[in-house]
Design a protein around this ligand. Sequence first.
Ligand SMILES: NC(=O)c1ccc[n+]([C@@H]2O[C@H](COP(=O)([O-])OP(=O)(O)OC[C@H]3O[C@@H](n4cnc5c(N)ncnc54)[C@H](OP(=O)(O)O)[C@@H]3O)[C@@H](O)[C@H]2O)c1
Length: 315
Amino acid sequence: MKTYQLKNGSRVSRIAYGCMNLGQLDAVEDRERLIDTALAAGINFYDHADIYGAGYCETVFGELLKRNPAWRDHMLIQSKCGIRFAGDTYGDSAPSRYDFSFEHIMRSVDGILERLQIEQLDILLLHRPDLLMEPDEVARAFDALSSSGKVKDFGVSNFDGRQIELLQRSLDQDLIVNQVEVSLLHAELIAEGARVNTGQGFAPASGTLDYCRLNNISIQAWSPVAGGRLFGPAADAPQHIHDASALVYELADRYATNASAILLAWLLRHPAGIQPVLGTTNPERLRQSTEADGIELSREDWYGLLERAQGRSVP
Ligand SMILES: NC(=O)c1ccc[n+]([C@@H]2O[C@H](COP(=O)([O-])OP(=O)(O)OC[C@H]3O[C@@H](n4cnc5c(N)ncnc54)[C@H](OP(=O)(O)O)[C@@H]3O)[C@@H](O)[C@H]2O)c1
């Protein structure tokens, strides 16, 4: 698989694998087969978060690493912290909240390393902007995690450019990743640039993708196939989803591939160097999805998909 280069120099596969649903597979052999398939397809980047399965997804991944120690040499492992659900992994009964306090970040990373059974996390992301974020306090946590060797590099998730800039100003470490939701059905970050000053009543563009490109921050796309909603949409799904789905299947035929690969190729075609984070738990779907790496959509097909998914043409 072709690769991108991160700001820290690491080479990462253009498609990553997200482990959010790994814990849904009951048998260890099924989990092993899934990750084996991802590795065989050239995927070297594995995304986690401390909240996936309330820690269980990291635990089962750690068990897989124990059974397959050679895998670690072929993997970059990323996890996230900062979201706390009511009655979260750390066992309290406060409301759902975000928490970028020094204590919570430090405690979260210890939990992540213990569950994954590794000494160092390649990348730690802050999962969602904490409305009470104190950049200097985050900086203190990142310094401690860097100097102890527990975390190699840092990034964020679901941040816009201004929020990244506010945090970055206090940090000694570069933020090298921003993981955001992007897919054909959730394309606002991509489409917003075409609407600036068109008077269509849309909010001004956030400029998130441009900000990341200008600052060499890699963009990862979560839910890159929109959670499967374009694969045989329900009869009562909105018309634009049926229209987009029909074109996805038409293009799959024309490019001699499958629907999932077309959706991923749509993201890969964008010049920002977007890295889709795949979530399927089905090895055959995973393998088929990676065909996207060999497909380059024409400009016309790329805009055609956008038009169908948005239900209107560009201004
Ligand atoms: N940063 C964040 O806030 C955030 C939030 C959510 C997720 N994430 C990350 O993003 C990753 C991917 O998220 P996601 O799972 O929502 O992404 P996704 O890849 O868009 O969706 C996966 C879902 O689509 C289904 N699917 C995939 N291919 C299919 C096909 N060909 N036909 C029918 N169904 C198909 C899968 O079912 P099967 O498993 O049965 O194939 C699964 O339910 C997660 O694992 C996580 O690492 C990050």
